[in-house]
Each structure stands twice: as C-alpha cells, then as structure tokens.
Design a protein around this ligand. Structure first.
Ligand code: EPU
Length: 418
C-alpha cells in the first residue's frame, strides 16, 4: 500500500503535457476485437485501467505488443473466446465494452457485470435495450450478461438517458451489423467521437458522433490500421484547477481547448485567467477566488468527473457556492474527507453548499474514488501543512505520472510506502 505525502503551499508554475484520454483508451482497446488485422494505437496513457483492459484482451486470446511506452499494437485475429467471467472484469467498470465488442464479433457475449467506482446505482439498462433492438437475446442472471444473436440487425434506438457507455457499446455492436443503425439522444463526449473516429479509420461508417444523433451503416469487415487517442479532457481540467488552486501559472500542453470550454468559462467566472492557444491553455491566478455555482451535465456541460476538483477549489473561494451533481446519484462521498481538512460544506442529496474558508489545513485523508482522489491531491497542494492521501490505487487507475507531473511544476508531493 502506498500514500501521497504532500506539503502544501507551493505555487504550481511551468509547463505540463497531457496524456491520452483514459475513457477513450478503455473503449478503443476492446473495439480492436472487431478488427481483422493489427491495430496500432498511439498516445495510450500508462495507467492502471489501461493495463487492466489490455490484460482482459490478452486473456481472451489477443496479442498485445508495446512498441514504446505509449504505443501498442493489438492483434485480435486469434481471439476465439467470447467469455469474460467475473475474475476478469471485476476490477473495472469499462469492461462492459466487451459486451458490444464480443457480440459484434462473435454474435455471442458472456460478460460478468462489472465493478468500478461506486457513486450510486450504475444500471446498464440502456446498453441492454439497444442490443435487444439489434436482435440480441439477453439473459442477465447470477451476475452475468449472456447475449446471443443469429444476425445482428441495425435499428433505430432512442436512449432514455444520455449515457457515454451505452452510446459507445451500441456503436461497437452496430458497426458490423446488417443495415442502418440510428442512435438518438446519444452522448456527445469527446471520447464518444474518438471511438467513432477509431472505428472509421478501420473501415466502419459512423456519422454524427459528437451530435445527439449517430448514424451507422454496417460493414462486413474492419481492417487494421493506425490511430492516435485524443488528449485527456479530465486530466487537463484537473491541472487547470490545480494551477488555479495554488495561485500558480501553468501552460497545459497537448490539449483540445474546445473540450475544455465549460471549465475555462467557470474558472474565468471565479477570477482565474485562462488563455487558449491551438493545442494548449495557460491558466494563472493573481486575484482572490470568488464563488460560483456549478451543475455537472453530459458534454458539453461541466463534466461530472471534475466535480470533486471544482468543489475543492470552491472550498476556499470568497462567498457561498452551490454545486449540483447532474449525472450521478451519490458522488459527494469524499466531502467528509474534505471536511477533515476544514472545508465548510453541507451536502443535501445531489447538492453541495460550500461556504468558502480562508485556507484548508493538511490532514490524513483517503481517496474514495479516482476523481475524488484527484480533488484531494489538489486540496493537499492548497492546504497549510502536510496532507497524507491513502488508497492511491484509485488515483493510479486514471492519472499517468501524476506526482511526477505535479513535482515538475513545483509541488512537494511524494509517494511513500505505508
Ligand atoms: N445510466 C442509466 N442506464 C444505463 C447507463 C447509464 O440509467 O444503461 C445512467 C447512470 O446511472 C448515470 C448516467 O446514466 O446516472 C450517466 O452514465 P454513463 O453511462 O454516461 O456513465 P459511464 O459510461 O458508466 C462514463 C465514464 C465516467 C463518467 C461518466 C459520465 C468511462 C469508462 N467512464 O461512465 O468516468 O463519470 O461516463 O460522464 O468512460 C471516471 O473517469 O472517473 C469516470 C467515472
């Protein structure tokens, strides 16, 4: 077991380069199951979630080769198994992508219900409803989803809730289905577009990704090729908020500024300076932070995955701020940890009311999930004194070289064995 020990108070200054997007990588990798031939994927982040999904593919029979630390080649030609039992999938929520990918490939998928971060009920009814519309027979029993179909047939599917996972899963199942698929009320997140671009670069015909209607014309075959994953919107947002939190001045490179607009707008509202360049943003702060109200929403709204970091930032902003969680039922569990550092926050259901205090004070806390962990790291950087963050395994799932990147910006952060 390891922990971070952070001595707060240092301003972050300098330049940092953002890695490939976790939530795109964990979908593009299983999408390779649909491809006959070698997929070369660049800008793969070196994080635990990627290792876990690659391990699943290897267990299914894929050949995975690292060309360098961020480029892999995946060859799924020899995969014969359509079974992903609980021991294989339990470590990661995104293993539900195996369902669409295996069904698309074998017309059969046997995938255990996944694990992952726990912030409320995480149903998969929309995934199932869509796959059934393509003709699949689905049985859910003993914690396993067993799906089979003779011929996958494209269809029109209206999603009752905007779901990233269901949108991507249906794209995976539909690219080789017969005829036309239309996904309405689709998620528009950058990683949804990235998966569509990956599939198209392998020969699929997916149009409209990034809007709420995605149209897919089924093709017989996808062939190997090369693809580079987009930069991670959430990692970039985390560094933007960390720069603002420490009154720093950071140039955040390898980003798509358009993906960061909701964050940029909120930071400017809070008295932070943000300047956009073609593929970088500079964030710096000279004035006191002021209150803001934030509601998390599907893209292009403010991302739920940056809700903990923005709550941390608002905890020392002048005035009373209200943060409403618009995506998950129960994503404020970490607030109790933040309160141990002196934050004055009241949570009522999906709303947090934050009374800004002068400064957080360092204390031992634990990361309750990935993004909560990132938020607590930012809290440690702003706090007076020493903060210890336990349960690093959550943070390691999704941030590449987190402490190295923060140290290079001047943070005093160390990974220590417990
Ligand atoms: N939902 C349903 N039915 C479904 C699917 C979802 O009701 O069949 C509901 C969920 O309960 C939730 C909302 O729809 O209230 C949105 O869920 P979504 O399916 O979009 O979430 P997800 O695909 O499971 C991805 C990210 C999460 C991120 C959410 C929302 C990946 C691997 N995970 O999860 O990222 O919070 O979208 O943007 O892409 C993270 O990176 O830390 C993380 C948790």
């Amino acid at each position: 077991m390891e922990k971070f020990v952070i001595k707060g108070g240092n301003r972050l200054t300098g330049e940092v380069t953002i890695s490939g997007a976790k939530n795109a990588a964990v979908a593009v990798i299983p999408a390779a199951l649909l491809v006959e031939g070698v997929c070369r994927i660049e800008n793969i982040p070196n994080i635990q979630d990627v290792s876990v999904i690659l391990e699943m593919l290897v267990k299914l029979g894929a050949k995975v080769q690292y060309i360098n630390s961020n480029t892999i080649e995946i060859d799924c030609t020899k995969v014969e198994s359509y079974k992903a039992p609980y021991e294989m999938v339990r470590k990661m929520r995104a293993s539900y992508y195996l369902l669409g990918a295996l069904l698309g490939r074998f017309k059969r998928a046997y995938v255990a219900m996944p694990g992952g971060c726990d912030f409320g009920v995480r149903p998969i009814d929309q995934h199932i409803k869509g796959l059934e519309a393509f003709g699949a027979k689905i049985k859910v029993s003993h914690g396993v989803i067993d799906a089979s179909v003779d011929h996958l047939k494209g269809n029109q599917v209206y999603m009752d809730v905007v779901s990233v996972g269901a949108t991507i899963n249906l794209m995976l199942a539909a690219v080789k289905a017969e005829g036309i698929t239309v996904i309405e009320n689709a998620a528009k997140e950058p990683h949804v577009v990235d998966v569509a671009n990956f599939l198209n670069s392998m020969g699929a015909i997916v149009k409209g990704a990034g809007t709420d209607v995605i149209k897919i014309k089924g093709v017989k075959k996808l062939e190997g090729g090369s693809y580079a994953i987009i930069p991670d919107q959430i990692e970039a947002g985390t560094f933007m908020i960390a720069a603002a939190a420490t009154g720093g001045d950071v140039l955040i490179k390898n980003v798509i500024p358009k993906h960061l607009e909701s964050i940029t707008a909120k930071l400017i509202e809070m008295n932070v300076n943000v300047e956009e360049y073609d593929d970088a943003v500079r964030v710096w702060r000279t004035k006191k932070l002021t209150k803001a109200n934030v509601k998390t929403l599907p893209y292009p709204g403010f991302p739920t995955d940056l809700q903990p970091p923005i709550v941390v930032l608002l905890s020392t902003a002048e005035g009373t701020s209200i943060v409403t969680e618009g995506v998950w039922d129960n994503r404020f569990q970490y607030v109790d940890e933040l309160k141990r550092m002196g934050a004055n926050i009241k949570v009522d259901g999906r709303t947090a009311i934050i009374e800004g205090i002068h400064q957080l004070s360092g204390s031992p806390v634990k990361a309750t999930d990935l993004r909560a962990g990132a938020g607590l790291v930012i809290a440690g950087l702003m706090a007076d004194g020493v903060t210890e963050i336990h349960d690093l395994k959550h943070i390691d799932r999704g941030y590449e070289y987190f402490e190295e990147k923060l140290s290079s910006l001047g943070a005093d952060i160390k990974r220590v064995k417990e």
